[in-house]
Ligand binder design. Structure first.
Ligand code: GAP
Length: 667
């Protein structure tokens, strides 16, 4: 992988987002706050459309998914059960020179020569001391100081030995002068030796670069430790390969990586004590698991079914970056889709269907096992992205390798979008960055909440209960045993003592035969802000358009899919000083407004108004002109010009036809 060479497009996109009011830096008037972003008028509309599309697709248009809206702050035990309190951490490291913070696992490995230093001493003491000597002696004293300097670049032991010789020479040479002060010299020397810094430090430089660069960086490091004029000690060089221990920007040594929990802390109530500690949720998913039984009871759903939620999540990211891509406050759109364990599917259907090949497996079937459900949701999500205008070629389906999987996951597919800042592969192609993760999470989450809350999280499945007695004894034994092994593995992994784990797993296997089990989960989890950024990147386009006089000029046009565009249509009276045109335009605006986001604009030349809407990404423009008023013939009365943002083609449309025509296009 190599870094994307130019992020020119990203810079232009960020500038447009501010200029047109898609995205602003949070708290900008106070200098901003890193990792937090505000959405302006167009950005707010875009985000609403994203969430609306997701909600429609995931629940309103399905019979097997229902919605939830839970609180951001929940009982702290939730985060113990989910593992976030102990394991939701990233390795963090700081530059010893600039204090800049990095995620240790995101540092690109570097090779070159490392210059190590044992410490440094402060020459400034000497320099000021020379001033106390008479002119006749200053030169000679300077010579001696220089000799000290040479000695300083060696180790402490050498320094002590040689400094004795230098002092002896000093005494011999200046014993005639009478007005020198050897005792004072010694005192300064002692202080000089003591006032050093013995912290070891290293700098990595690329092969071929002059070692003076490493020395310069090292001197800056010791200056920060209070040495005004540091003389470096104990320099030595070492070749290194693929090290991640140095700041890629300046070569400085980094601190040892340490784990940093990403959850934001707060206190519930007035007392800041351990028992009042609470966390801002780092994902919306856990509320769904915690409310699973309540929702199951009230929604009259049966496994398989899902619960979805859209809401804020907070992560104290070590290194927020790439505009809104990695933020500290963001929104998630998550579905937890609960399915039968494969043993229950097999007991009911006599088989477990597995994926037959790549692509969408079609409408859900009762004999689907977890793998085919997982594939189904990956394909459903890809369809969703294509439906709101992200071309398939801009998306990558990335199967996490076994060593990348979370400990509870059986498989995870990340849907990547080829953001302009994505890394490039060896062929120079954008590799893509995560937009959404679709994880097969087994029965981990509900099992954890069952253990931590003491409340049963399993379901009773009538079909399983009815099917079990009809199974052959050998099949019963096989399925029971498989279920027992899986539960035992989970319990042992969670630290349950062996005899207890075995007893619990046996009881659960016995319960399976009675129709009870803890459901498994497939989780498609997407970020609203990442999707907004993907849609903005995908829409951004520069091309040429004719101005009023027909001369070509460059324009920025945001080619959002009409379904997702912040504004659907702009309505323009040709001239604002013709009351008949204005009142007709307002009539058209009011006709469309209950059905879609309409922008009314009467200010400026019509070409400029079009250009403003092109930048906002408004797919359609309606102009009310003199033909509309019937001034150019009765047959054109009550018709308007409908302009298409992308083709810039214009057609005459009857006002009465506008609403059905536009509704069809934005549906
Ligand atoms: N419940 C699973 C979960 O939270 P995740 O991969 O950590 O999984 C899911 O997050 C999605 O949330 C990501 O694919 C991404 O779209 C979004 N997301 C995660 N961290 C984010 C951040 N710091 N800034 C913006 N979006 C983020």
């Amino acid at each position: 992988m190599v870094e994307a060479k130019s992020n020119d497009l990203m810079e232009r996109l960020v500038a447009l987002c501010k200029r047109r009011g898609f995205i602003f830096q949070s708290s900008e008037i106070y200098g901003g706050i890193n990792g937090f972003w505000d959405y302006g008028p167009l950005g707010a509309e875009l985000k609403r459309n994203i969430k609306e599309s997701w909600w429609q697709t995931m629940t309103r248009w399905r019979d097997d998914v229902v919605g939830l809206e839970a609180t951001i702050i929940m009982h702290p035990k939730i985060w113990e059960a989910s593992g976030h309190a102990t394991t939701f951490a990233d390795p963090m490291t700081d530059c010893l020179l600039t204090k800049k913070r990095f995620r240790a696992d995101q540092i690109e490995p570097q090779s070159g020569t490392v210059y190590h230093f044992d410490g440094a001493r402060d020459l400034a003491k000497w320099t000021s001391y020379i001033g106390n000597y008479p002119d006749s002696m200053r030169e000679a004293v300077t010579e001696i100081v220089k000799e000290y300097s040479t000695v300083m670049s060696r180790t402490d032991a050498d320094l002590m030995k040689d400094s004795a010789k230098i002092e002896a020479r000093f005494q011999k040479e200046y014993q005639q002068a009478g007005n020198y002060n050897l005792a004072a010299l010694n005192a300064v020397y002692e202080e000089f030796i003591k006032k050093g810094c013995d912290d070891p430090y290293s700098v990595l430089i690329a092969t071929g670069k002059h070692p003076d660069y490493a020395r310069k960086i090292a001197r800056q490091f010791y200056q920060q430790r209070g040495l005004a004029n540091p003389q470096l000690l104990g320099e030595r060089a070492e070749k290194v390969e693929n090290s991640t221990r140095y700041n890629p920007e300046n070569g400085s040594l980094l601190t040892e990586p340490r784990q940093f929990n990403l959850m934001f802390k707060t206190w519930v109530g007035p007392v800041e004590s351990a028992e009042n500690l609470a966390w801002l949720r780092p994902e919306t998913a856990q509320a769904i698991f915690a409310q699973f039984k309540n929702v199951l009871e009230v929604s009259r759903q049966k496994i398989p079914f899902g619960i979805c939620q859209i809401g804020k999540a907070f992560r104290n990211e070590i290194n927020p970056r790439n505009f809104t891509f990695r933020s500290r406050e963001f929104e998630q759109m998550e579905l937890e889709f609960f399915i039968r364990p494969d043993e229950a599917v097999e007991a009911i259907c006599g088989r477990v269907a597995k994926p037959a090949g790549p692509g969408h497996p079609g409408a859900p079937q009762p004999d689907w096992g977890w793998q085919i459900w997982h594939q189904y949701w990956v394909e459903e999500r890809l369809r969703f992205y294509e439906n709101i205008g992200l071309p398939r070629a801009s998306l990558v389906e990335y199967w996490q390798k076994p060593e990348e999987l979370a400990h509870y996951a059986r498989a995870t597919v990340d849907i990547l979008y080829k953001f302009p800042f994505s890394k490039r592969d060896a062929n120079g192609e954008l590799a893509g960055e995560e937009l959404e993760g679709i994880a097969a999470r087994s029965d981990f989450d509900l099992s954890q909440h069952q253990r931590f809350s003491g409340k049963a999280m399993g379901v009773y499945d009538e079909e399983l209960k009815a099917a079990w007695p009809k199974l052959a004894e050998a099949k019963k034994a096989e399925l029971s045993n498989r279920y027992f092994e899986a539960r035992l593995k989970y319990l042992a992994k969670m630290g349950e003592p062996a005899p207890n784990a075995e007893r619990l797993a046996r009881a659960e296997a016995a319960n399976l035969a009675k129709g009870n089990y803890v459901p498994h989960v497939i989780e498609p989890s997407a970020g609203v802000d990442r999707l907004a950024l993907a849609l903005l990147s995908n829409a951004y386009c520069e091309d040429q358009a004719p101005d009023e006089k027909g001369n070509l000029e460059s324009r920025v046009v945001m080619r959002f899919h009409p379904r997702i565009a912040p504004l659907k249509v702009a309505v323009f009276p040709l001239l604002k000083n013709k009351p008949a045109l204005v009142s007709k335009a307002l009539e058209v605006r009011d006709l469309l407004r209950p059905h879609m986001a309409v922008f009314y604009d009467e200010a400026g030349a019509i070409g400029r108004r079009y250009r403003r809407q092109d930048e906002a990404g408004t797919p359609f423009g309606v102009t009310i002109d003199f033909e509309t008023l019937g001034e150019q013939g009765a047959e054109l009365k009550d018709t308007v010009t409908l302009r298409d943002r992308d083709t810039m083609k214009q057609q005459r449309v009857k006002i009465n036809d506008l609403l059905p025509l536009l509704s069809e296009k934005i549906r």
